[in-house]
Design a protein. Structure first.
Length: 245
């Protein structure tokens, strides 16, 4: 059986770049490492390095080997936000069991209304997104009058399901005021199992010192930037845990 690896992606990108349907300088490509259903099932072993992953995106979210915190990539730099809520720059040799990256090149830039919450944005997403059937990379930068985020501690085998870890061990942090950037994606409902359907954001402060997976927010002043994506490359884990799950 032919093995699937992220490393042959260089060839895939080269082929896509020559396609008349895509701009040769930067295809609208999302590169994804594993699936959200695999992560949810407790498959936390990292198999792709961030040194490899950064070749295919300067913007993204994910996690780390053994579920060791939240990953956020912004402006080409990858950060690890551990369960203490503190952000650390990720090294190239570190590995990820789940990550989604792309080169961010927004077509839309709009101001968000003061007082907007996460639920408000979900309810009004059709105002910002052209189609519920397309994928979008989304960046929100600004000041939030309140912000709630989480992270998770590193896990050890035998791994429990993600919902069990979140139910008993997630660390939640609340900011009364925070300025920074939310990095995330919108994925269609039909992508359920491959990725999180709907909106999914990770946050990091402007000083790059703290952040986490976004649970809720209230906008003080912020700008949303949106980049529609039309192509996806999925790299599957090669572990026995994935093959048998």
């Amino acid at each position: 059986m032919k093995k699937i690896s992220l490393f042959p992606l260089v060839l895939v990108v080269s082929l896509l770049s020559s396609c008349a349907l895509l701009p040769p300088e930067r295809p609208d490509l999302i590169v994804q490492n594993s699936t959200i259903s695999a992560l949810s099932a407790g498959i936390y072993e990292g198999y792709t390095t961030f040194g490899t992953l950064r070749k295919f995106g300067d913007f993204g979210i994910g996690t780390f080997d053994n579920l060791d915190g939240e990953m956020v990539a912004v402006d080409g730099i990858f950060y690890q936000i551990r369960d203490n809520g503190i952000a650390y720059q990720a090294g190239d040799s570190m590995k990820t069991p789940f990550a989604v990256v792309t080169f961010f090149s927004p077509e839309i830039k709009l101001n968000l209304q003061k007082g907007m919450t996460y639920d408000d944005l979900r309810g009004k997403q059709s105002r910002y997104l052209d189609s519920p059937n397309m994928f979008y990379a989304i960046k929100i930068h600004g000041t939030f009058s309140s912000l709630k985020v989480r992270s998770v501690p590193v896990q050890s085998p035998p791994f429990r399901r993600l919902d069990q870890v979140l139910g008993s061990e997630q660390r939640v942090y609340e900011f009364s005021t925070a300025r920074g950037v939310m990095v995330g994606f919108f994925c269609p409902q039909y992508a359920s199992g491959i990725n999180v359907p709907g909106l999914h954001f990770h946050f990091i402060t402007d000083d790059r010192n703290a952040g986490g997976h976004v649970l809720d927010f209230v906008v003080e002043e912020a700008v949303i930037e949106i980049d529609e994506k039309t192509d996806i490359f999925l790299s599957l884990p090669l572990s026995n845990a994935f093959r048998k799950s």
